[in-house]
Write a protein that binds this ligand. Sequence first.
Ligand SMILES: *Cc1c(COP(=O)(O)O)cnc(C)c1O
Length: 426
Amino acid sequence: MTAPFTLSHARCLDEEDQLKSFRERFVITDPSLIYLDGNSLGRLPVATVKYLDKAIKEQWGDRLIRSWNEGWYQQSMRLGKKIAQIIGARADEVILSDSTSVNLYKLAYGALKLQEGRVDIISDDLNFPSDLYVLQGLVKQFDNKHTLRLLKSSDGISADLTELLRMFSKQTALISLSHVTFKSAYLYDMEKVSELAHMHGALVLWDLSHSVGALPISLKKSNADLAVGSTYKYLNGGPGSPAFLYVRKDLQEKMQNPIQGWFGERNPFDFKLNYRSSSGIRKYLTGTPPVLSVSGLEPALDMVLEAGIGAIRSKSVAQGEYLIQLASKWLYKPGFRLGSPEFNEKRGSHVSLKHAEGFRICKALLDPDVGESVVVPDFREPNNMRFGITPLYTTYEEIFLAMKKLKLIMEEKIYERYPSTRGKVT
Ligand SMILES: *Cc1c(COP(=O)(O)O)cnc(C)c1O
């Protein structure tokens, strides 16, 4: 092996990578662009382009309304089965539906109804804001009978399960957490949290948005009650691709869907005037799915299944470790620190680095006139730079070059050239 901390070493690691052949199955128009934001929006698979083109021309263009009988109606369920394999659930427990926020609303509503009399909802201050907004909205909707209690992270990076245990009581209706938190990538121990919740008679609702497609999940093994997750991050489903929801089999009949619409009806095409709920997971649907977006997801899911989630996780851990090694050698001077858990088993698939000038440093990383390549990380308030590792297409060389550019920016204080005004999205 070549000396560590060199470009040739990074290239060696790429050479030995078992998953290296997957990179060329993504559309990469600019090979010099170092894209480390697959945790926000995954790259476009080559297969998706053809597949969608066919769906548009043949299914929509030629078959028109007849396509509903030729696959569209079953599509959300069929792809739900593929996601079930990725998250360790039964085939009849997962379906594509709406957005993550809407699904979270539906399932949290169902859980609170089922747990009537219990008035506490637990979450944490590391959670994605949209999830907290949904829960806050439900508290209002149920006339402020509930209290939303947030576990406070002492370091803004990880959560303390002993503290969490203290928050449970006979009053706890529901605990809703992100499996991997969006800023620090802290990874919750799913089995442990389920165990604590169930010991107290509470239901658990996981948001898998930052873990699905990046690491092995077993909803079955942890006896999870409910889950939702997004498909445009590590699953590469494309902007706004529909989310999924999971309801454990035995809860499907017990819980209600708060938004009854025709797609959750037993037979929407009977056009009966009185709603009869579907049985099984279909019951949690509401309206017409975004058929083309659903189609775009299929080749992407197939690729994740083909690569295998175990292999994806192994590479993600190795690359995360590699990034942290480079960062600690080159960057950890006063002012810079790791914003993610150091231990692999507690970290998802991105690495956050914190610096008070994080925003301007990100601007410099994105600037084509600085260094040799454009690096796309993202910035999350107040001081997190997130570097997303997506093993199907991220190379060691990219990680090396990104950290090298970061080193240059810090050594020469290049970030001082940029204003600190924020854009709308990233
Ligand atoms: C990305 C993400 C969402 C996004 O929700 P949408 O409703 O699909 O926009 C929600 N929760 C978490 C934890 C996320 O990471």
